[in-house]
Design a protein around this ligand. Structure first.
Ligand code: ADP
Ligand code: MG
Length: 676
């Protein structure tokens, strides 16, 4: 229903004339060509400078703070939260245009302060500049109630803990009288913009305004899982988000709230993260980061909070994007809920009238904290956590919480804090030696594997995935059942590996998975500031090169060495490859060399080479990864699965696509209509 379909009498003429006149003007100006110059306003006689009346000042301020009903909801709920409420109920009529009522069970306002609350620049939240700089409440500007009251019919009903009754103040008449109410406050805002029809006409349909109000309350609800919220529209309950008992673990309460507000899929498709750093008097970053698979075409599920306040901030969104750099490609937008707790003195909340923007004093540190927190969560291979989750679901009897626990085993919540031992059944990371043995040499030029010296896999405690302390009960029988990605059973068309694990069937894209493993290995080696370990070729591979290739090989000799390649000119038209990266020893050396030379040609200065390093490594990895149509033995397939379980970001290939999928027994049964 539109606000204007059946406008209440006083507004009808204003709206009708306002919408009619501009369109008439528009038609006239299009029709008359050439356009007549716009009529100039007649020069006004100079008027004296005067103070604006108070009411008008508030109405002007309302222009910034109160854009639509949803802004009123935001301000009133902010106030309720600042008052320490644990239950907040919002009631709306006509999308909030007719009525917005916000009821809380907070501390209340004593009767003598009720008129003060409505005054401009009157606040209980700060007293001086020092308090402004360290402000920790949602509000502090003392202008919301005054602004709202100036463009609506507002009343406040409130009772404090020690008040003998509640008091009702009508903002327009100033009448104050006793009324009935339990402790807390009810703010009623009726007929928004009734005194400023020009603004009222910018409002959209009731349905649209309602949607904005719901979104506004959602943002609050996501910030405060410890507070219960309800939203009624036209007497119907639109949304209700209850809080869990006070002793619920914060991570569980958050997961539950996210599932309630954003849907269970948000939690199922996201990973928890939490990171504390001691910098700047402590920065804590926590929340849930969506899996790369769950990314969306639009950035419509990105919620970020600073000290409980919903904000939109470039530093934050850039840091989050950077965290996905290596696992999400193209223009897809990740989903996340991100919470930053930082010393209030280090963040300026007073940069925007609606406080949706903040300014960090140390944006670099904030950027780093966010990026690392999310990156670490996304890097840990997920198969292990998934296996643990499945076991946890089997074990749990709390049916009410199943959907939440399923996605957030409490052990997985704290990847940084709890460093658990590896599961007994899991294979130790393979050495480079074993790896190169398993990837059978395609060529015989490579020397014996014993010569290969390489750092162990990048499996350090800091990035260890969360694994429950107790081994999964379901995975106790055979050791292979404890392997998160299971035991390889077959290869399909030289493309996919099939494996059996405790949950059912695992399907792996072997090229995609191997490509990631090789890429991560190369990155880790270079990241340790050593050259990539290379393997000399017993018989150098020579190839006919273009003069440009020869020149590039000479100019970038040092970079090539860093990349594990030893390439030297034999003649003006011939290059010889004497060594290749150990992990790529089985590939076609000439094709690899050509590929890398082509990449290097694009980056003349070595500084640029450094910046493009990951790209170069990715294309080397793609080149060196096992090709489709290679027959693998079961041993080789199992080796690949074990590698995946211990390689960061191995759930996505270098191009952001998934490397494996799980079909659990339920999914398989569904295929065959079993148990229906
Ligand atoms: P601000 O929130 O910036 O202080 P407001 O105009 O929103 O300014 O509110 C003015 C004052 O009214 C607040 O400082 C607070 O003391 C009081 N107040 C407003 N809403 C409530 C509420 N729901 N419960 C208790 N006190 C409230
Ligand atoms: Mg306020």
């Amino acid at each position: 229903m539109s606000n204007f379909a059946a406008p209440s009498a006083p507004f009808a003429p204003a709206i009708a004339s306002a919408s009619f006149v501009p369109s008439a003007v528009a038609v006239a100006s299009v029709a008359s060509a050439p356009r007549a110059p716009a009529p100039r306003a007649p020069a006004l006689a100079r008027r004296s400078i005067q103070d604006l009346p108070d009411e008008l000042i508030s109405q002007i301020a309302a222009g910034e703070v109160v854009e639509r009903p949803a802004s009123v909801v935001r301000e009133l709920v902010d106030n309720a939260l600042d008052a320490g409420a644990s239950e907040i109920t919002v009631r709306l009529l006509a999308g909030g245009v007719r009525l917005i009522s916000v009821e809380d069970n907070g501390c209340g306002i004593p009767p003598e302060e009720l008129p003060v609350a409505l005054r401009r620049h009157a606040t209980s939240k700060i007293r001086d500049l020092q308090e402004l700089e360290g402000v920790a409440t949602m509000g502090f500007r003392g202008e919301a109630l005054a602004a709202i009251a100036s463009v609506s019919q507002t009343s406040i009903l409130s009772r404090t803990a020690d008040g003998d009754s509640a008091w009702l103040l009508d903002a327009r008449s100033g009448e104050l009288r006793r009324a009935a109410r339990a402790q807390g406050t009810t703010l009623e805002v009726k007929e928004l913009f009734f005194s400023t029809p020009a603004r009222r006409k910018f409002l959209k349909t009731d349905a649209t305004e309602l949607a904005h109000c719901v979104e506004s309350l959602r943002r609050h609800a996501l910030a405060r899982p410890d507070v219960g919220f309800a939203l009624w529209h036209e007497g119907k309950l639109q949304a209700q988000w209850r809080c869990l008992p006070a002793d619920t673990a914060p991570a569980q309460a958050l997961a539950r709230r996210l599932a309630d507000v954003l849907g269970a899929a948000f939690v199922e498709n996201s990973l928890p993260f939490e990171r504390h750093s001691a910098d700047l008097g402590g920065i804590t970053v926590y929340g849930r980061a969506g899996l790369p698979d769950a990314a969306r075409p639009r950035a419509d599920q990105q919620y970020s909070y600073v000290n409980g306040r919903y904000v939109r901030d470039k530093v934050i969104s850039h840091a989050a994007k950077a965290a996905y750099e290596d696992v999400l490609h193209g223009h897809k937008q990740p989903i996340y809920a991100l919470y930053i707790e930082v010393d209030p003195l280090r963040v300026d909340a007073n940069v925007h009238p609606t406080k949706i923007e903040v300014r960090f004093r140390d944006s670099r540190a904030i950027h780093q904290a966010i990026k690392h927190a999310m990156e670490d969560a996304l890097a840990a291979p997920r198969a292990q956590a998934l296996a643990a989750t499945a076991a946890a679901v089997d074990a749990t009897t709390d049916a009410a919480l199943t959907t939440v626990t399923a996605a957030t085993p409490s052990a997985a919540w704290q990847p940084q804090r709890q460093q658990m031992p590896m599961p007994l059944g899991a294979a130790a990371p393979l050495s480079a030696q074993q790896l190169s043995q398993l990837w059978q040499p395609l060529r015989d030029k490579a020397p014996a594997p014993e010569q290969v010296q390489e750092a162990p896999l990048p499996f350090t405690p800091a990035i260890a995935p969360a694994i429950p302390a107790t081994p999964a009960p379901a995975a106790s029988a055979a050791s292979h059942e404890a392997w998160p990605l299971g035991r390889a059973v077959a290869q399909i068309h030289g493309v996919y590996i099939l494996a059996e694990n405790a949950q059912g069937l695992v399907i792996v894209d072997m090229h995609a998975a191997h490509e990631r493993i090789v890429y991560e290995r190369l990155k880790t080696q270079l990241g340790q500031n050593q050259p990539i370990s290379s393997q000399p070729l017993l018989i150098p591979a020579t190839f006919a090169a273009t003069p440009l290739e020869v020149a590039t090989a000479e100019a970038h000799h040092a970079s090539l060495q860093q990349l594990g390649l030893e390439i030297a000119p034999l003649s003006p038209h011939t290059l010889a490859i004497r060594a290749v990266p150990a992990v790529l020893a089985q590939g076609d050396a000439t094709a690899l060399a050509r590929q890398v030379l082509a990449e290097l040609q694009q980056h003349e200065a070595s500084a640029l080479v450094d910046r493009a390093r990951d790209d170069i490594l990715a294309s080397m990895a793609c080149h060196g990864a096992v090709r489709a149509n290679r027959r693998l033995s079961l041993e080789e397939m199992n080796a690949l699965l074990r590698q995946m379980e211990h390689t960061q970001r191995s759930d996505q290939c270098n191009h952001g696509r998934p490397t494996w999928r799980q079909l659990d027994m339920n999914a398989l049964d569904a295929l065959f209509l079993r148990g229906r």
